[in-house]
Design a protein around this ligand. Structure first.
Ligand SMILES: NC(=O)c1ccc[n+]([C@@H]2O[C@H](COP(=O)([O-])OP(=O)(O)OC[C@H]3O[C@@H](n4cnc5c(N)ncnc54)[C@H](O)[C@@H]3O)[C@@H](O)[C@H]2O)c1
Ligand SMILES: O=c1ccn([C@@H]2O[C@H](COP(=O)(O)OP(=O)(O)O[C@H]3O[C@H](CO)[C@@H](O)[C@H](O)[C@H]3O)[C@@H](O)[C@H]2O)c(=O)[nH]1
Length: 480
């Protein structure tokens, strides 16, 4: 029987392994983690992450061929295939701080695999890592081996949060990179056989190790670049009277461009895009390619500009000050259908508004008060971010309340900022909302989810990203 062990029970390890277990009933899958609370949650009725469809998949296989455990060493020792799906955040200190990937967790996992293994293993890089990481990992594994053969593969994950289960069931492609040696090819085939249980073989792409590692960073850079491109256009739309949705639709019908990932927004967030582009920038710099590094860095700068621009729009529209004014923040997660707040644009927007002494009332259906408080207190690494990302003072903490209902957040507010595109924000009773607010009542739609014309008929002053401006907003000072 093939035994798979996955190190790291996070947003990738948990869902990915649950789907492998579901689709491959004859394979035993154990997901291990050093974080006991996370493993306990995976073994409970309240899974540690919110992801549509995940509960069903876990319930179908948990206790049969899917297990969650903190006994990391035992399960790694018993496995034939070990996936490593640990976090690889941006380094915050030392060489490459603010850009390079922090491989501490990866290295410690690799050392542990080398220490506890007694049989040959395929070690699969599931985490997103810098190109050439496999070489370093190979060195760690082979340096410590006692006659054991380790074959390393790169199998980056392309799922997006909020649609993880659908993405895993029906991936555009599965990518497997390996050494061009007989052992490397044999390992590629073994992993391909696992995915071939449900993924058509023509969608399983096999490449060399470095292409697979770099493809992951490249895919995220290209995706994020589309958002920064459309967001840059949104600023120009506001200045000229063009409508960014019409522009996106028009360019998206060109089959070479395609319609997806062209929604203008308050900025992209999530644990991956910024981290992976910074990592790419660092790799380019280390390889003596400053022009290429600067090209990709600009994607992040435009994203910061977009968040900054949104804050400035809010403040300048409200008579150039939000001091003491209640602002309702609807949505804190980085996108809908997830409770994940890593790098959410809401953090920067909230900090910007707090910097101008606003009082915030925040509501998100999936994010807890604890999480929001932690996020707003966290100091962001400042490599060359704009100055609006001000550290939070203890007084500004008192200016934040977190509530469990959108109407409660909105009551008596001067303005509403929609920062996540949760479906429920489209369907609020906006007449009731208007009646409960201070006047003039403002809506700043950072996700273009509301029908701006309908809201204007009710009496709101509405700002939608990249859309023709209300006459009220046109006369306000220029923002940048
Ligand atoms: N989140 C996503 O949507 C996504 C998608 C594709 C790829 N990725 C990449 O996948 C990797 C994991 O991302 P994530 O979002 O699942 O991270 P995560 O932080 O949710 O999970 C990582 C887990 O690894 C555990 N861990 C760390 N070191 C360990 C060790 N030595 N032994 C055992 N457990 C250990 C942590 O406790 C944590 O629970 C990252 O490299 C990320 O870039 C993430
Ligand atoms: O047209 C768009 C599409 C997305 N976003 C924003 O972009 C961010 C990222 O969204 P998305 O890519 O859907 O979610 P992630 O879970 O971050 O997934 C990305 O990052 C993962 C981690 O590497 C990859 O596996 C996925 O393929 C890649 O889409 C979110 O803030 C979205 O709101 C926009 O602003 N406009």
């Amino acid at each position: 029987m093939v035994k798979i062990c996955c190190i790291g029970a996070g947003y990738v390890g948990g869902p990915t392994m649950a789907v492998i277990a579901l689709k491959c009933p004859e394979i035993e899958v154990v997901v291990v983690d050093i974080a006991a609370p996370r493993i306990n949650a995976w073994n409970s009725d309240h899974l540690p992450i919110y992801e549509p469809g995940l509960d069903d998949v876990v319930k179908k296989c948990r206790g049969k061929n899917l297990f969650f455990s903190t006994d990391v060493e035992k399960h790694v020792a018993e496995a034939n295939i070990v996936f490593v799906s640990v976090n690889t955040p941006t380094k915050t200190q030392g060489l490459g701080a603010g850009k390079a990937a922090d491989l501490t967790y990866w290295e410690s996992a690799a050392r542990m695999i080398a220490d506890v293994s007694k049989t040959d293993k395929i070690v699969v890089e599931k985490s997103t890592v810098p190109v050439k990481t496999a070489e370093a990992i190979e060195r760690i594994l082979t340096h410590n081996r006692k006659g054991i053969n380790f074959t390393i593969l790169s199998n980056p994950e392309f799922l997006a949060e909020g649609t993880a289960i659908a993405d895993l069931f029906n991936p555009d492609r599965v990518l497997i990179g390996g050494r061009e040696t007989p052992e490397g090819q044999k390992a590629i085939h073994a992993l391909r056989d696992v995915y071939a249980h449900w993924v058509p073989v023509d969608r399983i792409l096999c490449t060399n190790l470095w292409s697979a590692e770099l493809s992951k960073l490249a895919a995220n850079a290209f995706l994020a670049q589309r958002i920064s491109s459309v967001n840059a256009m949104s600023a120009l739309c506001e200045a000229t009277g063009a409508d960014v949705s019409q522009v996106s639709h028009s360019i998206g019908t060109d089959s070479r461009i395609g319609p997806k990932f062209l929604n203008a927004s308050v900025g992209f967030g999530g644990s991956c895009f910024q981290k992976d582009i910074l990592n790419l920038v660092y790799i380019c710099e280390c390889n003596g390619l400053p022009e290429v590094a600067n090209y990709w860095k600009q994607v992040i700068k435009v994203n910061d500009y977009q968040k900054n621009r949104f804050v400035n729009r809010v403040v300048s529209s409200m008579f150039n000050t939000v001091s003491g004014k209640k602002i309702a923040v609807l949505g804190f997660a980085f996108k809908k259908d997830t409770g994940d707040t890593r790098e959410t644009p809401a953090i920067d927007v909230c900090k910007g508004l707090l910097g101008d002494k606003a009082k915030l009332s925040i509501y998100d259906p999936q994010v807890s008060e604890d999480q929001i408080t932690r996020d707003l207190a966290m100091k962001k690494f400042d490599w060359d971010h704009p100055a609006h990302l001000q550290p939070l003072s203890p007084t500004s903490n008192k200016q934040v309340s977190v509530v469990w209902d959108a109407y409660e957040a909105i009551k008596d507010a001067h303005g509403i900022c929609i920062l996540t595109e949760w479906d429920e924000f489209k369907n609020l009773d906006y007449k009731k909302v208007f009646d409960s607010m201070q006047k003039p009542a403002f809506v700043f739609d950072g996700r273009n989810v509301v029908d701006a014309n309908k809201l204007r008929e009710i009496g709101f002053i509405v700002y939608s990203i990249g859309k023709p401006l209300d006459s009220w907003l046109k006369d306000m000072p220029a923002v940048a």
